[in-house]
Each structure stands twice: as C-alpha cells, then as structure tokens.
Ligand binder design. Structure first.
Ligand SMILES: C[S@@+](CC[C@H](N)C(=O)[O-])C[C@H]1O[C@@H](n2cnc3c(N)ncnc32)[C@H](O)[C@@H]1O
Length: 250
C-alpha cells in the first residue's frame, strides 16, 4: 500500500505544498502560478494580524472554494482552532483531505458543497470567512455575498477578478426618473471549460466592477469594507488592479 506522501506525488496539484519529507507536490501550471498564491497569503495574513491580532487560538475560519486546500491549510497552521474548507468539486475535497492527513491536522476538515446552497443552519458561523478566487466564476455573485455575510461573525476576506466599470446615469423607465449606476458586471463565458479544476461549475460568470463589489458588500449587511493594498512585489494581477482583495467587517 502506498504511503500518504506517495499518494500526494501521484496526483497533480494547483498549489506547491511542502511535504514533511522535504519534497514538494508536482504542479500542473508550473511553479510560476505559486506567486499569486504567495501574494494573496501575505496580504491575507497581514489583514488578519491587523484585524484580529497574532493570537488565533479559539478562532474559527471557513474557506469557501477551498480547491486543494492551500489557504485553509495555511489558516490552520497559523493558529486557528478550527478550519473548514468547502468546494464544489469532490476531487478537490479528496486532495485537501489527503494533505490534512499527511500533516495530521485534525482541526482542518473539508467538505463538498455549492456556495449557493450553504446556510448557517448547516455550517454554523465562523469568525473569518474567506472567498478567494470564486466570485467571478459565479452566476449569482450577489447571492454568494449574502451567504458570506450570513456565515460570518467578524471578518470576511474576498479576493476576485474585477472588470472596468461603467458610470453615469440611466433614464430608468422615463427621462423624469434618472438613477445613478452603482456599479456593473461583465459576463464571461466559461461554458466550454466547466471541466477545468479552477472553473465555474455552470459556466455563466458575472464579474463585478470594483464599485459594484464595494456597494454590494454594504447592501448585503457588512458594516464596512476596505480594499487591501497589494505589496510592491505583488503578483501582476493584484499589482495592476485586475484583481482585488477586500476585507469586509460584520
Ligand atoms: C479559481 S479556483 C480558486 C481556488 C482557491 N480559493 C484559490 O483562490 O486559490 C475556483 C474554485 O471554486 C470552486 N467552485 C466553483 N464554483 C463553485 C461553487 N458554486 N461553489 C463552491 N465552489 C465552487 C472550484 O471547484 C475551484 O476550486
């Protein structure tokens, strides 16, 4: 029977995990993609330090769209007492659970689920909710933001691709009833890629503008939200404002 580490080496990975024997997991996008994960983890950790302090004991976290678990695993290693990862793809749940087994992190668990079907009744509420790299793969991003708010007790960190926004005024039914645009969405077609490990599960993707995201966070019930500044050496998408990481407070 193969060891857990041999099993990890026989699979393909989105993340470069450092395994306890000093080896790393083989990645299918090449090592360059790790830069986006490293940038996001640094931004996330710095945000957690500022908002929650360094002591994480007693705190819980939920990682929505946990993929193969790298952010949830980092959260568990950074001291959170309980971390749950959720992803729509069972293969990701299996891979993440293998990593948790290799490290013996029994306060880190993974389950399969569609974000649109989650509620506090099933999952409970968490001090920190992560939704990284998911919003722009969804056909109901507003519903997903409502789920984030419902599941969150303190801090929600959302990282997403954004599109250039439209601004201006609309004759909303009549020239006498003019309304300002609060933001906009771009539609991206992933219908031919739903088999992909990072893709949408329906293929219909609504990508928000930054104005739309910030306005919606307030409307779904967060008390405030702030765009996190990327470090100078950030991965290009974050550095050049094609993606943003936002911290929303309950
Ligand atoms: C681009 S990856 C992001 C993974 C990870 N959060 C990160 O930032 O590295 C998108 C992930 O969302 C998952 N996903 C797509 N649609 C979903 C849905 N409706 N509910 C839950 N997970 C979903 C995919 O399986 C995939 O793991």
């Amino acid at each position: 029977m193969s060891t857990l580490i041999e099993q990890a080496h026989s699979r393909e990975w989105f993340y470069s995990y450092e395994l306890p024997d000093g080896s790393t997991t083989p990645t299918y996008h090449g090592i360059d993609i790790q830069a986006i994960h490293d940038t996001r983890w640094r931004m996330l950790e710095s945000c957690l330090d500022k908002n929650l302090g360094h002591e994480r004991n007693g705190l819980t976290a939920l990682d929505l769209a946990s993929h193969q678990g790298w952010f949830a695993w980092n959260m568990a290693r950074s001291g959170f007492s309980r971390v749950v990862g959720l992803d729509a793809r069972q293969s990701h749940v299996d891979d993440s659970s293998l990593i948790a087994n290799i490290y013996g992190t029994d306060h880190l668990t993974f389950r399969r689920g569609d974000i649109h079907e989650q509620s506090p009744d099933q999952l409970g509420r968490f001090d920190v909710v992560l939704m990284l790299g998911l919003l722009y793969h969804l056909e109901n991003p507003v519903g997903a933001l409502r789920v984030c708010r419902a599941l969150c007790n303190r801090l929600c960190i959302i990282e997403t691709q954004i599109v250039p926004g439209m601004t201006g005024y609309v004759d909303y039914g009549s020239y006498q009833y003019v309304r300002p645009l609060k933001g906009s969405f771009g539609i991206i077609d992933e219908t031919g890629e739903t088999h992909g490990p990072e893709a949408s599960i329906t293929g219909v993707c609504l990508v928000p503008s930054l104005d739309a995201l910030m306005w919606l966070l307030e409307k779904v019930g967060f008390s405030g939200a702030q765009v996190l500044a990327p470090p100078d050496d950030a991965y290009e998408q974050l550095r050049y404002h094609k993606r943003v990481m936002v911290a929303a407070r309950v």
